[in-house]
Design a protein around this ligand. Structure first.
Ligand code: NI
Length: 254
């Protein structure tokens, strides 16, 4: 079955048909979903989703674009939510110098604090990194050595991907791999072992071809698995099976 390692079903784009859509996941071959937090506001929604649906787990964290809203009080609240059984990771956390909404020092400060919290709680981390390759690598080496981590929506070179794989981290691959112009990501998939890849939607964003530009959902992940299978010269079933095993190891879900 398909394991979606990074989704945002708490997003308002799902307000109209969330229940119906999530009710159709099992029939569509989707067995497990981890809903990723981005804002403080998303935390309560995610906890609710994990309570309502057996197959939904969640993360708690603050995206680099949003770290301006973090303070000691909300950080303490995060620490408490991480003790919940179905909150399985800290994320998404990291650095984003593309949108550049918060200054780099503030982004780094909260990235490191959240990594330290994950270590304290012995939880894996979901990393968001955009146009911040060198700083992300340096911080991961310094503060996340030996931890379980996924570099979500991976967008850097194959060489750097190999380095992350050597560090024991997983590479998150989603709809972008189906885009014709995604040469770099296709090369990454070819060069790293299948054992290091996990599937993700990042829905409602980044729908694969033939739904590019539309609202994404986990039911479209077979298109991503198909493309990975094509690049690796193996079956789609093998991709789905191995990436599920990888994701279970990443998030420690049996
Ligand atoms: Ni995301």
């Amino acid at each position: 079955m398909i394991f979606d390692t990074h989704a945002h079903y708490d997003d308002e784009q799902f307000d109209q048909d969330r229940e119906e859509l999530l009710g159709s996941m099992n029939a569509g071959g989707v067995g497990l979903i981890v809903d990723a937090a981005s804002t403080i506001r998303s935390w309560d929604e995610i906890v609710k989703l994990t309570e309502r649906y057996d197959f939904i787990y969640g993360s708690v964290g603050v995206h680099p674009d949003e770290v301006g809203s973090l303070d000691e009080e909300s950080f303490q609240r995060m620490r408490e939510l991480l003790d919940r059984e179905k909150i399985v990771a800290v994320g998404e956390i990291g650095l984003d110098y593309y949108w550049d909404k918060e200054n780099h020092d503030l982004q780094k400060k909260w990235f490191v604090r959240q990594l330290e919290l994950a270590r304290e709680k012995a939880l894996p981390v979901m990393i968001h990194s955009r146009e911040a390759a060198a700083d992300t690598m340096e911080i991961m080496k310094t503060y996340a050595a030996g931890m379980n981590a996924v570099i979500h929506c991976y967008s850097y070179s194959a060489e750097m991907a190999r380095e992350y794989v050597k560090m024991g981290y997983y590479i998150g691959v989603g709809g972008v791999v189906t885009f014709k112009n995604a040469k770099k990501l296709k090369q990454v998939v070819e060069e790293i072992p299948l054992e290091a890849i996990v599937l993700e939607t990042d829905c409602p964003y980044l729908a694969p071809v033939p739904y590019r530009g539309k609202r994404n959902c986990s039911l479209y992940l077979p298109y991503v698995a198909e493309e990975i299978a094509r690049l690796k010269g193996i079956t789609c079933e093998a991709v789905i099976r191995q990436t599920e095993e990888n994701a279970r190891k990443l998030y420690r879900i049996n």
